[in-house]
Design a protein around this ligand. Sequence first.
Ligand SMILES: *[C@@H]1O[C@H](CO)[C@@H](O)[C@H](O)[C@H]1NC(C)=O
Ligand SMILES: *[C@@H]1O[C@H](CO)[C@@H](O)[C@H](O)[C@H]1NC(C)=O
Length: 242
Amino acid sequence: MFYKQALARIRRSSLLVLPLLFLTSLISADLDVQNTRRALRRRSRQPPQFDFYILATFVNLTGHGLWPNNMDGSYPTNCGGARFNDSIPEQAIGMPVMTTYWPNFQYDVEDGGELYDNLWEHEWYKHGTCTGLDQYTYMTTTIAGITTATPTLLGEMAATAAAVSPPHPPSLPLPDLETAFGGPGMAVLLCNGKKYLTGVYTCWTKDSGTHKPYARMQCPPAVVAEGTCPKGGEVVVPIFKA
Ligand SMILES: *[C@@H]1O[C@H](CO)[C@@H](O)[C@H](O)[C@H]1NC(C)=O
Ligand SMILES: *[C@@H]1O[C@H](CO)[C@@H](O)[C@H](O)[C@H]1NC(C)=O
C-alpha cells in the first residue's frame, strides 16, 4: 500500500519533472544560441589575428600582394566579408596607378578570358580580407608600401651593383645583395631556376591601432626559409640588363 502510494507520487512528480526538463533544455538551448551569437559578434569585432605583414613584390619590385603573416610562418587566408569591388582599382584608385605599381604580369592580352583585375581580386579574397582593412584601404596601403619600399630596394640594389662593377653586372653575389638590403632577413629573395631574381619579400610590423603596416622589420626565420636564391651564389637581376 505504502509502496503503491510512493510509486504514484513518483509518477506524478515525474509528470511534472518531464515538462520542467523540457523547458530547461529549451532555455539552455536558447542560451546556447545567444552565447554563440554573442561569440560571433565578438569575433567579428575582434582585431585581426596575425603578427606582421609580408610585402611581396615581383621581379620589377612592383606589387604582388600585402600578406598578413604569423611569426611561425602560418597565415590566415580567405577570411570572408566584402565582395571584391572592381571600381575601387579601376575608378577610385585608377588604372594608371594600379598598372604602374601593381601590374598583373599574368595578364595575357590575347586571352580574352582572363581579366586584368584577377590578381587584385585574388589578393583581396585570399589575404586582404584577413587584414581588418576595407578593400580601398587594403589596396591603397599596398600601393603605399610599394612606393615606399621599391625605391629603397632599387637604390640599395643599384648601389651594390655599382660597387661590384666594372663591368656593371646583371648578376650580384647573394650575400652582397642581402647586405645591401640591410642584412640577414631584411629582405627575402626569390629566384627562378636558383638564379634569376623573381621577387623580393620585405616584412613590416603591424600597427596595433590602424592594423596597417608600420615599419620595416627583420623577417622571422620561417619567412627567411622561403627564400629560393642560391646561398653564396650569384643572382641575376633582370632589371640591370637594360
Ligand atoms: C620590368 O620592367 C621592364 C622595363 O621597365 C619591362 O621591360 C619588363 O617587361 C618588366 N618585367 C616584367 C616581368 O614585367
Ligand atoms: C564600389 O566602390 C565604389 C568606389 O569607391 C563605390 O562608390 C561603390 O559604392 C562601391 N560599391 C559597393 C557595392 O560597395
